[in-house]
Design a protein around this ligand. Structure first.
Ligand code: SAM
Length: 301
């Protein structure tokens, strides 16, 4: 797989921290994909004891996961501590007075990076990740997911494919050669990274969605409020000039249809299972083979 996108962690965390207050007002697509992902989970028979909401954001999905899986303990991980603070507040609010009843869910909120999770090996039964993995290098985050999932555990996620915001990308291309829009991995790369990390039976499919805006500036404003800034390491330093912005806005007009401007999203839905570790290589280079897999060779072999 060719590495196309090296996210700058500091920029990602900062953009989402800045967005924490207003994120919920503009997260329309995110709500839709989160609900669809939960809906898909109802077709899977799994009784998880511990669920990780990876890239939990403002925590909207925590109480929904709690309703779906009333017996499971929840962990929320996000790279932006300000998002987690918001999630903590929201979860308290969603639960209301019920939080004082015995047996109510206690959520562990942990700041951390999906590429280096602050969790022990084989420690969670299910990972739910709605629109967070597109900010990570697939190879790194899937390796971490495989590490923390228990054998037989499930990963269920959505991410974004390369057609996402293609109108905006094309409009900026009329201005200069800098990457103004995040670059996203395609389904093939995602599937390959999942397989390489040891996840099994990966299933991926794509749904195309279009949001519409009156102006290109309204779209830019939404992206900013979502924290979905361009964080590619090759991005243009400093502020984009007024003239460049006007040129991009003019170029975006070529897409106007029935009075509105489209913003396309390629949403990738995926799930996979954590494999039984056939052979695990430890950091000192030794290979550990589970006792169950050691068999005696017979004399005739
Ligand atoms: C678009 S929001 C989605 C939030 C939430 N899952 C939802 O459905 O509303 C993406 C979230 O992923 C988090 N994030 C981005 N990169 C991350 C990383 N490497 N590790 C953990 N969280 C990350 C961001 O801070 C942000 O809260």
């Amino acid at each position: 797989m060719s590495i196309k996108y090296t996210p700058n962690k500091h920029h990602v965390a900062q953009s989402f921290a800045d967005a924490a207050q207003q994120y919920d007002d503009v997260a329309i697509l995110q709500r839709q994909t989160a609900d669809e992902l939960l809906e898909r989970l109802s077709f899977v028979t799994l009784q998880p004891n511990i669920i990780l909401d990876l890239g939990a954001g403002t925590g909207r999905n925590l109480s929904l996961l709690a309703q779906h899986y009333p017996d499971a303990a929840l962990i929320a991980v996000d790279i932006a501590p300000a998002m987690l603070k918001q999630a903590q507040r929201r979860y308290k609010q969603d639960l209301g007075l019920k939080r004082w009843l015995p047996g109510q869910h206690k959520v562990r909120f942990l700041a951390g990076d999906a590429e280096s999770l602050p969790l022990a090996d084989n420690s969670v039964d299910m990972i739910y990740a709605n629109l967070s993995l597109q900010w990570c290098e697939p190879q790194k985050c899937f390796a971490e997911i495989q590490r923390v999932l228990r054998p037989g555990g499930l990963l269920s996620f959505t991410t974004l494919g390369p057609d996402t915001l293609h109108e905006l990308r094309q409009s900026w291309a009329a201005v200069d050669d800098y990457p103004h829009v995040n670059i996203f991995y395609d389904m093939h790369d995602i599937g390959e990274a999942m397989m390489n990390s040891g996840l099994t039976e990966p299933v991926l499919d794509v749904e195309r969605m279009t949001l519409t805006y009156d102006t290109a500036m309204a779209l830019m404003k939404d992206l900013k409020e979502l924290g979905a800034h361009n964080v590619n390491s090759g991005r243009r330093r400093g502020l984009t000039g007024k003239h460049a912005l006007q040129k991009m806005i003019a170029s975006y007009e070529q897409f106007r249809q029935q009075g509105v401007l489209p913003a396309s999203y390629e949403v990738v839905y995926g799930h996979a299972w954590c494999s039984e570790p056939a052979q695990q290589q430890s950091s000192d280079g030794t290979i550990k083979v589970p006792v169950s897999q050691i068999s005696r060779r017979s004399a005739s072999e």
